[in-house]
Design a protein around this ligand. Structure first.
Ligand SMILES: [Zn+2]
Length: 487
């Protein structure tokens, strides 16, 4: 029985996070009513001329730098000709002869299997095509050109992957880094990150590559994993049965879980590329490159390691804190304001995370200032306010504009939230609650320990929720013990 090796290369398309399109001033936002983000340039009307979006070029250079590419100093655009109903110009402005970046690498983390370097062959700029909408209940197909001309980069890897896990680790690292550097939102469900997967198989130990097929239409990590497993098994079966794998483009049908032949794979000459005559060559100075390199942030995986070193936070917790840059920024700013790092992390991973999940808000919508957040954490530690009252305040301030300049001490005073630490007041409240709840006392005497929790709750309530829960628990426990001894 022959052992086979799967060889995988990726072509990843990423939409850049610009406000406007690659060659015109139309909105590059996702969605919108069909054909409302369009003008003569992105519709390809005769006589219109494209203008290069400088911000898109800067984001593309940042992406190339994130991936460790060499930046091409004298680059230019090429015209890729093909007809398809979602492409009104019948060509796409892309780059073939002098792509923006070359010879990069991305190190991926495979957990216990260690780290692996994936080589990047090139990264080039291009524009997106429109979308075809196939009506479910009618024979018509509709064209929406809103996406025509949205800035894209295509990242072509070397065939360095051997498993679906490596592919997933690469895509996740790519998304993390691009989000941190504000290059793209990388939302697969909105199509701002799309991967085409090239797959071939060869006998283990063989150096030459087998014939590859290209899988398109993969729009989730799960689909990519399933498609790789299916397609490599299909190719092995073809070869073992004495057949030959055809070089072709195949479509992945995620519902049926199969790949289907679409067309024989095109070569560059099929597109009749030529230099784009409507655009000048683009010169990228060394100063621009260095400026953009210096502007790159510390990335999530680097930050996770540092949080472990500096604050003693576990890798898992640091991973959650660092998943979104603004979330990790809030943590660090709050700690710098004087909050204890461990308590701050617990507050963020507990009540803050829960609040965001409950209302379906993103980390970026947090308005609470680091100073107010630190004050809240400190007042709880000082027992000036109890945890329940602090969570109520936190939930109120977290996403509201009021949270930016909130004065926590003033709010505690104004709302009468200050914790009652006076032992006499707690003792008095316990006495009152016991007097009002003879049935619970009888239950407790009869051995129903749950009655204790009820009495603690009643005492907290009697004190307007402002007592120190630990002090109430102790006071109720002691009072009950005295009752049993007196009997
Ligand atoms: Zn336009």
């Amino acid at each position: 029985m022959m052992t086979w090796e799967t060889v995988i290369g990726l072509e990843v398309h990423v939409e850049l996070a610009t406000k406007t399109k690659m060659f015109c001033g139309c909105s590059a936002a996702f969605g919108g009513a069909p054909n409302t983000h369009c003008c003569p340039v992105c519709m390809g009307l005769p006589g219109s001329l494209p203008v290069i979006n400088g911000e898109a070029v800067r984001l593309a250079i940042r992406a190339a730098l994130v991936l460790g590419c060499r930046i091409t100093e004298n680059t230019r655009f090429d015209r890729k000709n093909y007809f398809y109903p979602d492409l009104p110009k019948a060509y796409q402005i892309s780059q073939l002869y002098s792509p923006l970046g070359r010879d990069g690498a991305l190190v991926i983390d495979l957990g216990e299997a260690g780290k692996k370097t994936v080589r990047i062959h090139e990264i080039h700029m291009e524009e997106d095509a429109g979308k075809l909408i196939h009506a479910a209940d009618r024979p018509e197909t509709y064209a929406d050109f809103n996406r025509c001309g949205v800035p894209l980069i295509e990242i072509v890897s070397e065939p360095d992957f051997r498993t679906a896990e490596e592919v997933s680790a690469y895509l996740m690292r790519l998304c993390d880094m691009f989000r941190y550097a504000d290059i793209s939102d990388c939302k697969m469900q909105e199509g701002s990150l799309r991967a085409d997967v090239n797959i071939s198989v060869r006998p283990m130990g063989e150096d030459c590559l087998g014939t590859r097929t290209e899988l398109k239409n993969l729009n989730s990590f799960k689909a990519i994993e399933r498609a790789i497993a299916y397609e490599s098994a299909r190719q092995i079966r073809v070869i073992e049965q004495g057949g030959v794998v055809e070089q072709e483009t195949r479509r992945w049908d995620d519902v049926a879980g199969v790949s289907l032949g679409m067309r024989s794979k095109e070569n560059a000459q099929d597109y009749r590329y030529f230099p784009e005559p409507d655009l000048p060559p683009l010169r990228i100075s060394a100063e621009t490159v260095e400026e953009l390199r210096a502007s790159l942030p510390e990335f999530a995986h680097e930050r996770v390691e540092r949080f472990g070193r500096e604050y003693g936070i576990s890798a898992y917790d640091a991973g959650v804190l660092c998943a979104a840059r603004s979330f990790a920024d809030l943590f660090e700013a709050t700690v710098r304001t004087g909050a204890d790092a461990k308590s701050c992390a617990n507050w963020m991973l507990g009540p803050v995370r829960k609040r965001l999940n409950d209302v379906g808000a993103s980390e970026a919508s947090i308005r609470l200032s680091p100073a107010a957040f630190a004050a809240l954490i400190e007042r709880v530690a000082e027992k000036r306010i109890n945890r329940a009252a602090a969570i109520t305040l936190l939930e109120e301030l977290l996403l509201s504009e009021q949270g930016m300049g909130a004065d926590i001490d003033a709010l505690i005073a104004e709302r009468g939230l200050a914790q009652i630490s006076d032992g006499g007041a707690v003792a008095q409240a316990v006495e009152d609650v016991f007097a009002r709840n003879p049935a619970a006392i009888a239950d407790y005497r009869a051995g129903k320990k749950r009655a204790e929790g009820f009495l603690i709750g009643q005492t907290m309530k009697a004190m307007g929720g402002r007592a120190d829960p630990a002090a109430v628990k102790t006071a109720v426990g002691e009072a009950l013990r005295r009752l049993l001894e007196d009997k």
